[in-house]
Design a protein around this ligand. Structure first.
Ligand code: SF4
Length: 372
């Protein structure tokens, strides 16, 4: 029997202090849920789901939700529990997502002391009006304070999440946001174009005509990010991601390379070999099932065909600076490929297909053309 070796683990902590109106992740306010029971359920799932797999994590990623919303006590229990259950000696990168105003020096030190070596800070903007519109609970000052606490504690791998093409956000404001992260010397910047996801308040506002999409403005702000960040020493290594040399996210690079990963927690997705499944996206049910049945339901299970995996790989790798190897792209797509080259959307270099500057803001559309 072949045992799958899994080197990438994702943990989903679905709690948020308040819900941002653009967010489509599985999340909710903590309500009356007992965090102690939630942490025990996560640790039980680690034990159950790793049976029959060879687990040797190189990267761990705690996302959500807001993982740092867990109290110091519960975070401590979770981190200690993981050290007891997993061999973490090969971990190269351990990321926690954090929102400003959800941690202090004490909590940040706890993470550091348990081996977390990278923090992704959800700042989104340095402008009070933009933060208000995005429903963020922190102020620009709190974001700066959070950044300096993380530095003080000793984190030397910090990502800052920013968002552009937000309603009423001017190009000058966006450039000022970029200047702030450059001045802070964050090692990594994720700059996301706001998207209007179904089942969000922003999507309703878009449909009601109160917000509008503008692809020209999107492209302008996208290229402003590339220009500013690249001229400040960041490498644009994926459509939404920029890093100082050596500070690229190892965990996300594993996703983009199509590697196996195990997801733990309510709503978390796993892909191992040709199997993909999603844990029940209901925290109360997840905790109850783990406690009573020793396992939690899967909302969705699918067997991926070779062709599905290949198409996913094209879509993911096209977004990266390394592009897609030509042999991953079906030869049947050659006509479309030539058309995309003629349109100036892609180029071929050293046996790989890469997006051009013109093609980058349209990465997903170009990928669909290539997949055919
Ligand atoms: S804090 Fe993050 S996960 Fe929570 S609602 Fe806002 S964007 Fe979504």
């Amino acid at each position: 029997m072949v045992t799958n070796r899994v080197e990438h683990l994702y943990f989903h902590i679905p709690f948020c202090a308040q819900i941002c109106p653009y967010c489509a992740f599985y999340k909710h306010t903590p309500g009356k849920l007992a965090n102690a029971a939630f942490v025990e359920a996560l640790l039980d799932e680690v034990e159950v789901s790793t049976k029959g797999l060879e687990i040797m994590p190189k990267t761990l990623y705690f996302g959500g939700g807001t993982p740092t919303l867990l109290s110091r006590k519960h975070l401590g229990r979770l981190l200690e529990g993981l050290h007891k259950r997993l061999d973490l000696s090969a971990v190269e990168e351990w990321t926690f997502e954090a929102n400003p105003a959800t941690f202090n020096y004490d909590k940040a030190s706890l993470l550091r002391d348990h081996g977390v070596n990278r923090i992704s800070l959800g700042v989104q903007s340095w402008h009070p009006e933009t933060l208000r519109l995005l429903g963020r609970e922190h102020s620009p000052e709190e974001a700066r304070e959070a950044f300096s606490i993380l530095r003080e504690v000793g984190f030397d791998q910090l990502n800052i999440d920013l968002m552009f093409s937000v309603p009423d956000q001017s190009l000058a404001q966006w450039e000022a946001d970029l200047d702030q992260v450059i001045a802070l010397q964050a090692e990594h910047v994720s700059a996301y174009n706001l998207t209007y996801e179904e089942d969000t308040d922003f999507f309703k506002q878009l449909q009601a005509g109160r917000f509008r999409e503008d692809s020209d403005e999107d492209a302008l702000q996208f290229h402003a990010a590339i220009a500013k960040l690249e001229s400040s020493g960041y490498r644009h290594y994926e459509i939404s991601n920029y890093a100082r040399p050596g500070a690229e996210s190892k965990h996300n690079q594993a996703y983009w390379a199509g590697r196996d990963y195990l997801g733990i927690g309510p709503g978390a997705v796993s892909t191992i070999g040709s199997e993909r499944w999603k844990n029940v996206a209901d925290t109360a049910a997840y905790v109850r099932q783990m406690r009573e049945d020793g396992w939690a339901e899967k909302d969705e299970c699918e067997r991926l065909t070779r062709d599905q995996k290949r198409m996913e790989l094209i879509a993911l790798q096209l977004r990266t600076a390394g592009g897609v190897p030509l042999d991953v792209i079906d030869m049947n797509g050659e006509v479309d490929r030539q058309m995309l080259i003629n349109e100036g959307m892609i180029k071929e270099r050293e046996g790989r297909v890469l997006l051009t500057e013109k093609g980058k803001p349209l990465a997903d559309t170009v990928a669909l053309e290539l997949i055919g």
